[in-house]
Write a new protein. Sequence first.
Length: 472
Amino acid sequence: MRVSRRALVGGAGAAGLATSLPFRHSIAEPEIKEYRLAASTATVNLTGDGHPDTAVWAYDGTVPGPELRVRQGEPVRFVVGNKLDEDTTVHWHGLRLPNAMDGVPGLTQKPIRPGESCVYEFTPPDAGTFWYHPHADTLQQLGRGLAGALIVEEREPVEVDRDLLWFIEDWRLDDEGRIAGGFGNRMEAGMSGRIGNTVTLNGRVPEAVSVNAGERVRLRVVSAALARIVGLRFEGHKPVVVAYDGQPCDPHPPEGGRLVLGPAMRADLIIDMAGKSGQSYRVIDDFYEDLAYKLVDLAYDGKPARDPRCEPPRLPANPLPELDLAAAVRHEIALQGGMMGGMGGGGMAGGGMMGGMMGGGATWAMNGMSMTGDGQPDMPHLLTLKRGETCVLTLRNETAWWHPMHLHGHSFRVISRNGKARPIREWRDTVLVQPRESVEIAFVADNPGDWMFHCHVTDHQEAGMMSVIRIT
Ligand code: C2O
Ligand code: CU
């Protein structure tokens, strides 16, 4: 016999339970899993023993915040308390949820004031690797440590030996281990954004990750960096990408042998640990060619190898809507502004015209429109779409900088890059657009509401590369 926790907590005696249980069971309301999270200040060690601690802002006092694990198709409730001295919200990045739960201050909810809390409730439709972060004063709140992974588990577990998370954060620390100030520096905002000097994996500058020969690992890589782009090479290994941004794709090796993730992007990899017992293999980040560094070592323990597996598993498909490309509406969005290419070089792209177009301290624009900050009431819409229609968006990057463009509340397929069709047409929620590149994405506007579409280099977002798409 199953005794629900609710009945026990209710304090009914044994006799009462025996008579009421059979009836209660048949009309049981679905049990909602509840989690509590609090944003507050905290002190953590990012750089390792013997190095100074760092004052951060964190969920539940840890960096990253707790790894939230929920089940696909099961309702969840998050009660978020704010113990900071300023307003906050939580955005559940990548989840296809109701607009009112999206966490954009002004646009979808009132900010959570200091001392107050807010209840978020939704049922995640898709299994996969997602994350959560504030959408208020984002540059500072995310940059000071407010972020965590949200893993939606498949209904049937995927067959691997280990499910591993690498949550990447990038910090700018001074010699005493303090987070450097100067968030929102204009010069940086017009270039690559705030790139730090210290990269952590799961909240620590990593030493080595120990692995067993022959084991199969599902590695969930999440980039919660403000601005840094990473390009990971796994020496001596052949990782297979099985999902981007939580959405399964045809298994394939990373393009050019390197996994490139811009801010907010994720990938699930299957890695068969084919190295030799007792040996170490480097994982290198060489996205910025002259700044290549070793992120971490994969260190094999001395145990004998287990038998290798054959085919990498394919993740079960998520219930994504069918695109109707033949009937799609088409729009083009130009990404504009910023300084000219090259560190320390030149003035604004487009000269005086951009200056005239963007008032109010904006550095960036989308189709000549600049929305700054984190979200506001009464934001004008860049586009209005009818519910249910397929939309093909061409993102034309007229700038000299990289932009990871993120659409809230939807996943989209990447259709083409610079006019060349993408063979795998992967689903994503954030697409990294190269300088001067044109990228076509397509999605079904099936989720009504006002949805943010912005660059996830947080400096760029806050300095104007932000917009709203309305779905009626
Ligand atoms: Cu993680 Cu508006 O984004
Ligand atoms: Cu950008």
